[in-house]
Design a protein around this ligand. Structure first.
Ligand code: F6R
Length: 610
């Protein structure tokens, strides 16, 4: 949520900032701005709307300055507007700051600063920072010292980049609980919320840790830790390709990412079967410790929570361990039963979701072992967990999660298999068979992507003008339906609800009248017949039924207006295959309705606020 980029060096900064912000736009896109040092002053330009609008305005200027900062915003405090867009500046306009995160004590700080004569021009929490820095500079601090002093006053999460017209070429960056990296290049130093923004310029990066402050200038870089001690940072070499930030011939990132899913499945499984047994060494728990686990909580938000619902079925079904799946924002505020033999599995694509992080901290304080499943190496979820599985989805740019979801489902399936293996609930040959079938889903998803387009498009045409839709399924299908409904509502703004099909008669069936879309996960499973009965109930009331069904099912056509057939897989793996046509269905409807599938309104890729 919110993207920061900064540069100091020998190249003109304007285009560096615009290009970096375009890459970070997935983090927020309601307004954008830059501050560029130019002829002894700061040129600050803001625009409401996407980075393209800022780029258009900057096109009239062509600044030659070589030090600056930029920001693309996802509003938290203060509506999206030009006044609330970053960078924010001090009273004299000579200090500019961009910030990602939330300053929890901003109201007190603002009151204090206003009493000291500072004039504010936005509704944001961020604006206290340039004024705090200005205050420290008035006492004689330089920019670096002033940022440190300001940071000490802040409660909450922040990644900050600051420049001052008084110190040309100096850029100071600091972070706590919000990501920030420094890119090291021959022409200078880059700062960004995400490595992706600097990959064109360099592959050598320093990932700042909580409390770190970096002082950068065209010819020097200094790094200090939370205690103020200078340190030599570890430089990471990034070997993934900048192509991940390009559409690679696809019309949008969402479609590109949907098509990457077979690769995600293969990469997530690679190297997991060692000498015929499952191995997840990163778990960092001995077989004895794993064997003692008697309760599992999966905690997550949004799409990741839906991956957790799938896991609940598998952990209980295979390992026979009680497993609850709970949204992190609820888990953190109740008093769940946690003992040292409880395993908490925190699932987060971004690895920085505030609610999930808070739940992890809470669970650890209560004595649980916490295991993270995330897509982002070195993210807070990875760092704060006792062990981690990386989902190997690579960077996901489209705001609606697709390939990350599949990576999570596959990782959680592995974890469920491992628990079953350790507990002796599945024999080794069963584990191997299941693993092989799971690996086969990569080919099956490939086939779905090749073959199901026409059926999905026909179903989307039929549903695109509806005001609302009901997604139903039973067992695994109920969890898959939840994800299908979320995908549809977030990118097409078509209201959708998911219900276990058996619950329809207890209320939602009242919604159904002539032509009302009911989207059913009706793949072959132990509850297939039950789902079909529920579809008959819906059909009898005029519903327009779209079914995702198993190839060879000759009966389903009698109960559905549109059928999308997918290859037969074991029910345990149906989420991996059946989710894919639902992703395509949501995208097709969104496009029909003229929506931006990569950047839906009001959303952001990582949610670092409570
Ligand atoms: C939906 C989506 C969100 C996220 C949720 C949690 O497509 O992407 O619902 O799943 O905000 O985010 P992470 O997984 O980063 O913790």
């Amino acid at each position: 949520m919110c993207g920061i980029v900064g540069y100091t060096g020998t190249r003109p900064v304007q285009n560096i900032l615009v290009e970096g912000l375009s890459r970070l736009e997935y983090r927020g896109y309601d307004s954008a701005g830059v501050a560029i040092e130019q002829d002894g002053a700061l040129q600050v330009i803001h625009r409401k709307g996407k980075v393209g609008s800022l780029a258009h305005t900057l096109g009239h200027f062509d600044f030659s300055g070589t030090c600056g900062i930029g920001h693309t915003r996802w509003a938290t405090h203060g509506r999206p507007s030009e006044a609330n867009a970053h960078p924010h500046v001090s009273c004299d306009g000579r200090i500019a700051v961009v910030h990602n995160g939330i300053i929890e004590n901003f109201a007190e700080l603002r009151e204090e600063l206003e009493a000291a004569g500072h004039a504010f021009s936005s509704e944001t929490d961020t604006e206290v920072i340039p004024h705090l820095i200005e205050e420290a500079c008035r006492e004689g601090a330089d920019l670096f010292q002033a940022v440190r002093e300001a940071a000490e006053r802040l409660i909450g999460a922040y990644a900050i980049a600051a420049v001052s017209a008084e110190e040309p070429g100096v850029l100071v960056a600091a972070r706590k609980d919000s990501p920030l990296v420094v890119g090291l290049a021959d022409d200078g130093s880059y700062v960004a919320s995400d490595i992706i923004a600097v990959l064109d310029a360099t592959r050598e990066v320093v990932v700042l840790s909580d409390g770190d402050v970096a002082k950068l200038s065209p010819d020097a870089r200094e790094f200090y830790n939370a205690r103020g001690e200078r340190f030599q940072p570890e430089v990471a070499h990034v070997d993934w390709d900048v192509d991940v930030a390009e559409k690679g011939g696809y019309p949008d990132f969402m479609l590109k990412e949907i098509h990457e899913q077979p690769r995600v499945i293969r990469d997530t499984l690679a190297g997991r079967l060692v000498n015929g047994a499952l191995a997840i060494d990163e778990l960092d728990l001995s077989v004895e410790e794993l064997n003692l686990i008697d309760r599992v909580y999966v905690i997550a938000c949004g799409t990741s929570y839906h991956a957790g619902l799938i896991a609940k079925n598998l952990v209980e079904g295979w390992a026979r361990i009680p497993c609850e799946c709970e949204v992190a924002s609820e888990f953190r505020y109740r008093n769940p039963i946690i003992t040292p033999t409880t395993l908490v599995v925190a699932v987060s694509q971004s690895g920085e979701t505030a609610d999930t992080l808070a739940a992890i901290r809470d669970a650890r304080v209560k004595g649980a072992r916490v295991f993270g499943i995330t897509n982002v190496v070195g993210s807070p979820v990875a760092r704060e967990s006792d062990g981690v599985i990386y989902t190997k989805a690579n960077k996901e740019i489209a705001v609606a999660s697709t390939k990350s979801f599949l990576g999570q489902v596959v990782s959680l399936t592995l974890l469920a298999l491992l628990l079953a293996q350790v507990k002796g609930k599945l024999k080794m040959n069963q584990v191997r068979l299941l693993f092989r079938e799971l690996a086969d889903t990569a080919d099956q998803v490939e086939r779905i992507l090749l073959e199901c387009g026409p059926a999905v498009d026909a179903a989307a045409q039929a549903c695109k003008d509806a005001a609302s839709a009901l997604f139903v399924g039973r067992g695994m299908g109920a969890a898959i339906a939840c994800e299908g409904a979320l995908k549809l509502k977030e990118i097409s703004y078509l209201h959708a609800e998911a219900y276990p099909a058996g619950e329809m008669k207890h209320g939602p069936i009242a919604l159904i009248d002539e032509g009302f879309p009911v989207i059913a996960v009706a793949t072959k499973s132990p509850v297939y017949d039950k789902v079909v009965s529920n579809l008959q109930e819906a059909k009898a009331r005029g519903a327009m039924v779209v079914a995702v069904a198993t190839e060879g099912d000759e009966e389903i056509g009698r109960h559905a207006d549109h059928v999308v057939f997918i290859p037969k897989v074991r029910d345990a793996f149906s989420a991996v295959t059946a989710s894919v046509p639902l992703q395509l269905f949501a995208r097709a409807i969104a496009l029909e309705r003229g929506c931006d599938v990569d950047q839906p309104r009001n959303l952001a890729k990582s949610v670092t606020v409570e």
